[in-house]
Ligand binder design. Structure first.
Ligand SMILES: [Zn+2]
Length: 171
């Protein structure tokens, strides 16, 4: 995960005063320099001059734990392990794992929203399943839409099982 070089089009200027704030693929960003042992890219916005790290806004930003440990935690979470189990296996604090789970989810959601567009799909299949989050009694439903042939996940929404969940899935 950490070695994936994201295209410049995946980033947008983080400066709120910038005319191109939050807009991707505007051609206003360039690589200013590489920094640190891991040779991260420092990006610069040509419109407003703001410089920012390519790590900013990703789940690993500002985390002090070693990257391997964090990447391993994301793997465990992805495999369906609980926060408690993941924390134990990776020797990370449970609050770190929780923060990572939330940030990774938000990040993955926005990456997916960015890439899953203008899809040519032959059919759609909706499904739902429920699970318990952290504490007993907090039941959450996951509703998904996939293309049956490729199993491509078109959309996934999490929430209480009600009308709102279905609506979010459809629009
Ligand atoms: Zn800018």
């Amino acid at each position: 995960m950490s070695d994936t070089l994201l295209l410049l089009e995946s980033f947008s200027c983080p400066a709120h005063h910038c005319e191109q704030h939050g807009q991707r693929g505007q051609g206003n960003l360039r690589v200013r320099k590489l920094y640190g042992a891991a040779q991260r890219r420092l990006l610069k916005c040509r419109s407003c001059g703001t410089e920012f790290s390519e790590r900013k806004g990703t789940p690993l930003w500002n985390s002090r734990a070693p990257e391997d440990q964090l990447a391993s935690a994301v793997e465990h979470l992805g495999a369906g392990n609980a926060l408690k189990t993941t924390a134990k296996l990776t020797k990370l604090h449970r609050s770190t794992v929780r923060r990572l789970a939330i940030l990774t989810g938000v990040h993955a959601h926005s990456l997916h929203a960015q890439h899953a567009q203008d899809l040519q799909l032959s059919a759609l299949q909706a499904d739902e399943r429920s699970g318990f989050v952290e504490r007993r009694g907090q039941q959450l439903w996951e509703a998904t839409v996939i293309e049956p042939k490729s199993k491509f996940l078109v959309q996934s929404e999490l929430g209480q099982r009600n009308e709102d969940l279905g609506r979010r899935l459809l629009f």
